[in-house]
Design a protein around this ligand. Sequence first.
Ligand SMILES: [Zn+2]
Length: 321
Amino acid sequence: MGKDYSIGIDLGGTNLRVALVSRDGLVVDRTKVSSSGDLMASLTSAIQSLFNSGAGGIGLAVPGLVDAKRQRILRAPNLSILETIDVSSKLTARFGVPVFLENDANSAALGEMYSGAGKELDTFVLLTLGTGIGGAVIYKRKLLDVAGELGHIVVEANGRQCGCGARGCLEAYCSSRAIVEITREAMDSGRPTSLGLLGSPVELAGATGGCHSLQAITPKIIHEHSLRGDTLATEVLKQAGWYLGIGIANYINVFSPEAVVLTGGLTGAWDVYVKEAIRSASERAFKTLFQKAGIIRGIHGDNAGVIGAASMAFLQGSVES
Ligand SMILES: [Zn+2]
């Protein structure tokens, strides 16, 4: 009898998301536990709650640098305990199945390739648009085994300071963190905006009409204000999208992908942020390459990482057919 399921785990700094995934790439069951406390104990019990006799492998999506060949976690800044534990050996010993490790953005790309937006594609670039910007490249149905720091290509020489230490990175202009920072800077300089003065649209619709604290401003709120006609909110999102388009044009010109697959919370602002990115990319990428490359949304959303992690067991043939 073959094994028809695999366990996929997305190791986040806040939560561990664990899913039982079927061979056709669907999440059959899932659970979420906090990553604080005894990580191995939480992980083991979460896996145990979903593990069944049909599960033939465990895959982990790791927020950091992974030596996938040797199955070691080299660096995980947001979950550094992982650097000191041999997770792979411990889980193999406990559950008696092969364990696979992969970087989280790589896992998301594998998930979209396995059963999502990239199912029918040979070559695509995936970007995760969130607090930071990550990404991965699937080249001819294989994960390109490179550093893949797609958020740290330079789109503005001598530009904004990036968390990586360099200046002008894509991430310093179009991540959630950057969008909020740029908005705050504009507000601090006295630019008029409904963000600071009028409260959220919810408050406007209701009765309270209070002010946002600056800490409470999120890209989602900025997008809501943009939709209600706030000039600053629209400008900030469009500028972020404009830079994103420069990045996308670079990826298109280098990899000639069939698609650039966008995932992450910022895709919620598709009508302003991504639309501007597509326009900006169209002006910069080689025309024939741009026409070939669709700029599309990922299908799996938050599940891409767990599906991709689980898919490694299927893709590497460790799960018998
Ligand atoms: Zn950077």
